[in-house]
Design a protein around this ligand. Sequence first.
Ligand code: SF4
Length: 616
Amino acid sequence: MQQSSCAVRMLFPYEPRPFQLEALLELSRHVKRWNVVLEAPTGFGKTPVVLAALIPYIKRGYRVLWAVRTGSETDRPVEELRAFLKAGVRVLGVSYRGKRDMCLLARKYGRGLSYLEVAYICEREKERCPYYANLRAGLDLKPFMEAGAVTYSELFSIAESMGVCPYYAQRRLVKYADLVSLNYNYVIDRRLEWSIRRLIPFSKSILVIDEAHNIQYLNLEGDEVTEGTLRRAFAEAEEAGDNAVASFISQLTDRVKSAFSHLSEEEDEVFTPSQLVPLSAASLLERAEKLGEAIRRARLEEGQRPRSSLYHLATFFIKALELEGVDGVVFVAERERGTLRLRIWDMRVSEILRDRWLKFRSCIFMSGTLEPLDAFAEVIGLGDYKVVRVPNLYGRDNVRVYIVKGLSTRGAELSIEMASAYVEAITRFIKRVRSNTAIFTSSYRVQERLIGAGLRVEAEKLGFKVIAETRLMSGVEARRMLEEFKELASSGRGLLVAPMAGRFAEGADFPGEQLRGVFLAGIPFEKPTTKTRLYVEYFTKLYGEERGRLYAYVYPALRRASQAMGRALRGPNDKAVIVLGDERYLRYLNLLPDYVKELYEIIGVEELDEVELPWA
Ligand code: SF4
């Protein structure tokens, strides 16, 4: 399978950027026998490189499963495939979405249904579903197959206009697809993987994990219930007239309240499920589950959303009791925004995923922030693997990096003096940069503190429009905000304020003038909550004291910071000024992108007035 340089180059549909052909050749060579970790800076163009390396394997009959973090990212590899199709490559790529996005019948039950609710509707209604009947009557797949690249939204619109079920139409097409891009869950979650494995044998497939740094901290068997779930479950049992179940839920509610009444806002603690539901109550739990199931069915038959809090509560505790005592699974009660939550927290990533990778012909893990690679491999249970590492693409022509002395978000609370120092530093910076800028904060708490200390007022005085991410923002609001920020690029007066663990610091792309200044206010270490302590304890048990703390606490924070600063560098022509606003970054230089290590300068707050602008 080894490709000559010339053959590989012919497969690549663009004028190659620096290092793309070299990475392509290496990948193409290794993936034949090995799992591969591809570490490449943001803006390198990993997707076309990996596609070009895999096309010869597709030609030999292998399939490609391209796993992405969120549903909205599934179209990207398929859209990228179009460039290869234009260059004469004949393959079929399809992006795959679950029933929640693809079911036409579920619409009549209202908006915002969960995946489980739509799956439930389909399970019960499929045989009577007119869209399924139309699909069975026949669907010509030829036009889709001839298109070569079919996104889920294209397939959905066509299926909708024909009155056929888009979900099952998509599954028919996937059987013939050479490349399927889909959410991580379809290859990682044992409850979902069968639905894909039935269509595409994993052993004959190459798995690509895109933005692979995300899979290290998945909560694989996680679930949660709240006080609201308990309240609604009780009301359902009462309304159904089942006194035994109603009284059981009432007692459970009392036990939960008395066990955690002392928790104040943002406090948490570990609990043991059998303390809340004694084993003697197991039969009542099963009865509650059955009653919840009957309620779901009745609601569906009445044309309502098939939701039952009683069902959810019962299945939560059944699962929690099954997992009690399992190493790596913990149960945490926490009060958040006034509501008590009980959570199942599953930390067994390495244990669960270790066997998963063996199911595939080979796997490619790609990201710009996987360093240190041995730690990444250990945490995801990856044994032997080859590394393809792309060198730094960004020099002084592209980027300036400054680490500011005297600033730090260290400590439980940001003092008034430090918050004011940050506001002064940011004001000096944006006054100098006068372009679209993002302030990525170490947490919402720090963000609120900076805004409280006058950040918004000072920025507005300078003519900036401040756009701040909020905790309860919906996806639609977030998209609107992002568009508004990007539109401000022409005037250079947008100031985005968002936490590094939020949705903008990782998921959003800001090429060119859309983002030229980045200021990281702090290092996004996890809050020292019970969950954080448990993570560190579990990882310490697995990897020893030093590595345990690094893996569970330090590396994730520095990866988040690296992702955030990379928002402004989406291609070799991008130019940006990046300020690391926390002097502790100096301690962690070896964990930051190469351009930081190579270009950083240490400055004081006053010198932010004079930072160099690579575009000036
Ligand atoms: S067959 Fe399709 S449209 Fe009908 S219920 Fe199932 S997913 Fe929905």
